[in-house]
Design a protein around this ligand. Structure first.
Ligand code: HEC
Length: 141
């Protein structure tokens, strides 16, 4: 009986939260990182603007943003990179995640056809990285 109850609890946990929220959220951030690694050099003029590559990088950013907004910060799922203030300011943290998804959604519905267009959609997203990392990420590398 006890085993059955434990089994049911484990099943509930497995369906309500990610099996490994820490690796899922770092994987989401890594998608976002690939986006930045592609788009920042374009914005700086170190790489040539390419509308198709910009589109793919923005779509990847959006996918990462949606994934990151998922249930990936259950109470106690601490990590080296996550500032514990996330859990004491959870509403603010969630609002920042929502802003980022909104900005990324705007970028993929307004796909840039030139460098100016890219700057217009991506610069606000870069500001979101800093606005969230400053209070909520512990950078170790
Ligand atoms: C709403 C908050 C938020 C936003 C917006 C955000 N990040 Fe993060 N980011 C985090 C947190 C929290 C972590 C630490 C997660 C952990 O280690 O558990 C993180 C970690 C990372 C990492 C390390 C991933 C790893 O493999 O450990 C990278 C790279 C990163 N972010 C890039 C970005 C970039 C680039 C942007 C903007 C385009 C961005 N992030 C926007 C909160 C955010």
């Amino acid at each position: 009986m006890k085993t059955m109850i434990l089994g049911a609890v484990a099943l509930c946990l497995a369906t309500s939260v990610s099996a490994d929220p820490v690796s899922d959220r770092t994987a989401a951030m890594d998608q976002i990182r690939v986006g930045a690694a592609t788009l920042v050099p374009m914005m700086k003029g170190d790489a040539e603007f390419d509308a198709k590559i910009a589109e793919l990088a923005l779509r990847m950013t959006y996918a990462g943003a949606i994934a990151f907004k998922g249930d990936l910060f259950p109470e106690g799922a601490t990590s080296k990179g996550a500032n514990p203030d996330i859990w004491s300011n959870y509403a603010d943290f969630t609002a920042k995640r929502e802003d980022f998804v909104t900005g990324a959604a705007a970028a993929v519905t307004n796909l840039p056809s030139d460098l100016e267009g890219l700057k217009a959609v991506y610069q606000p997203l870069l500001e979101d990285c800093a606005a969230c990392h400053k209070p909520y990420r512990i950078k170790s590398n």
